[in-house]
Design a protein around this ligand. Structure first.
Ligand code: ADP
Length: 353
């Protein structure tokens, strides 16, 4: 039996869960917030992890969530000097996430130098996308020289529900065509054929694709330069508007919280209803596209905050969706568990050695 600590180290928070493996028993979980913020007692990730590790006392291995692994990391890896260098390199294309993930890894190394650490990447599951799905219609040079391509995110969640679906359906992955919908604050959808992701809605960054809590998803790219010019926005401000002021929040003018929007829409608020309608319409469009990509479907899977809890949203997405199917795909709700997936992958990698 091993005690595995899973760390999700963000820019100002550290979430953690402690599991015993292979029994998959959750012993402890928690979150430290406001790291490095003014007036906070926790100055940096190092201090934060000291607090967590003092509470936990003994661990056998640590699994870290790392957002971006680019093309270098197609699987979870044991952390060493090379891996740290690789994650550092990825900071250039994931400046909001990878530096904080790396800070968590380095802090753990310092505090517990002998303990093995594993990095599990949000992009890894989508590394099986074929070229025709991940290359953008831009000069090919940008891919070769700047790494500009679709990467996709939420991979750990899409992979977890894919594996759970295979258990629930009692079918091996090689026999399954799945569409997995991760609908939380961030939202993404993936087409999974024989256990492999073959397309996904998020792109070079987690902004592309579905309409999300505060992110716009797909828009006409020419709009960005148009708006920057019209409203005299610099790149930082434009980026903030697309990531933080758009999506459900931007359309409704009320909130990014789908629960609140449902209440408001039921009470007659037109913009709340419009935001929900747009959210649902975009998902249906992607499902339609992925039916063509997969050439069939065994199951449509819903997960994360909205996907797991809001039946009304699921019902609207699925209404008359499969009317023309002779054999209707199954519709499954599977609670995601990214931390458990990271613990499983950490155990698999460490156990093997
Ligand atoms: P995150 O991407 O931040 O992990 P979640 O997966 O918790 O987000 O999803 C948040 C979204 O799910 C919000 O729009 C929220 O309104 C909706 N939601 C609906 N029911 C619940 C619930 N019981 N718990 C959490 N979020 C819920």
């Amino acid at each position: 039996m091993m005690k595995i600590l899973v760390i999700n180290s963000g820019s100002s928070s550290i979430k953690y869960k402690l599991f015993t493996m292979p029994g998959e028993c959750l012993l402890l979980k928690g979150v430290l917030e406001h790291i490095g913020e003014e007036g906070s007692e926790i100055a940096n990730h190092y201090s934060g992890l000291r607090v967590i590790l003092e509470k936990i006392k003994t661990v056998d291995a640590i699994g870290h969530r790392v957002v971006h692994g680019a093309e270098k990391f197609k699987k979870p890896v044991l952390v060493n000097k090379n891996v740290i260098g690789g994650i550092k390199k990825c900071c250039a294309i994931a400046p909001l996430h990878n530096p904080a993930n790396l800070a968590g890894i380095l802090a753990c190394q310092k505090i517990l130098p002998g303990i093995k650490q594993v990095a599990v990447f949000d992009t890894a599951f989508h590394q099986t996308l074929p070229e025709h799905a991940f290359i953008y219609g831009l000069p090919y040079d940008y891919y070769q020289k700047l790494g500009v391509r679709k990467y996709g995110f939420h991979g750990t969640s899409h992979e977890y529900v894919t594996m759970e679906a295979s258990k629930i359906l009692k079918q091996p992955l090689r026999k399954l065509k799945l569409i997995t919908c991760h609908l939380g604050n961030g939202c993404s959808i993936a087409a999974v054929n024989q256990g492999k992701s073959i397309d996904t809605s998020m792109g070079f960054t987690p902004l592309e694709g579905l309409v999300m809590g505060t992110r716009c998803g797909d828009v006409d790219p020419a709009l960005i330069t148009h708006l920057m010019h019209k409203k005299k926005l610099d790149t930082k401000e434009m980026d903030r508007i697309l990531n933080k002021e758009s999506g459900l929040k931007g359309i409704s003018g009320i909130s990014n919280d789908m629960r609140l929007l449902e209440v408001k829409a039921l009470a007659g608020n037109k913009r709340a209803k419009l935001a929900i309608d747009i959210f649902i319409y975009r998902i249906r469009k992607y499902i339609g596209a992925y039916l063509a990509v997969l050439n069939g479907l065994d199951a449509l899977i819903f997960t994360a905050g909205i996907g797991e809890n809001q039946a009304s949203v699921r019902n609207s997405i699925c209404r008359n969706l499969f009317n023309c199917f002779a054999k209707k795909p199954k519709i499954l709700v599977i609670p995601t568990n990214e931390e458990l997936m990271i613990a499983r992958q950490t155990y698999k990698l460490i156990g093997r050695r």
